[in-house]
Design a protein around this ligand. Sequence first.
Ligand SMILES: C[S@@+](CC[C@H](N)C(=O)[O-])C[C@H]1O[C@@H](n2cnc3c(N)ncnc32)[C@H](O)[C@@H]1O
Length: 218
Amino acid sequence: MPPSRTPPKSPSALEFQERDRFDMDYGTNTTTPLAMSAFPDIPNVAHGKPYMASWTSEIERSFELLHASLGPRMPLYSFVDIGCGKGKVPIVWRLCGKKAGIHQRIVGLDYHRPFIDIARHNHQKVFGNEGEFVDTDACAFDYSRLGNGLIAYLYNPFDNVILDKTLTRLRRIPCIIVYNIPVHAEVLPAHGFELIHERRGVNQNQETKIYSNHRRPA
Ligand SMILES: C[S@@+](CC[C@H](N)C(=O)[O-])C[C@H]1O[C@@H](n2cnc3c(N)ncnc32)[C@H](O)[C@@H]1O
């Protein structure tokens, strides 16, 4: 077990291990939040949640679970972090993929352009290239561009209104959704998504629900 798997007792030590430590290890800028008041006039900003980075071990756990379940079919799925902020999730997902010897298309999208610039810079630091990050609103993006099989990651990015619109756009695509801090989980079944896994820990950042809209993943 890597050290990040043993939760330390104090909340601040846990916070350091799951957020700051990633930036210390990779020289990235993912931990510092950004006030939404700093956002320009983005149409759906009132529906959006503020930026916070996912916990490192929680991203790794979801990768390992899906890798174990999809096996050799994992690379058939593109991965998209919907509301990627500073790009930590695509970076951690790619690091997990490299370790497992898997090549997947990995994309991050966010409606706030400065996040996309920071995400590209962070990706450049870790992998020597900018990666694939798109400046777009989640409910305006054509997800079929990413292929016919998707793992979509959501870390509580927006409210039920935008979630509903985004899921409508995913309707015709075989899709697995990893929903971390799943506060609007009630929206998913109406879009044909079935719960296939759930877990929770002592902290809200350790609650994840995983859904699929197709019985046998592609
Ligand atoms: C809680 S943060 C998650 C950041 C990242 N996914 C992670 O886990 O480290 C939510 C992000 O969603 C973005 N967001 C909110 N509403 C959005 C929308 N309608 N379209 C695209 N991005 C959105 C915010 O700008 C913010 O960066």
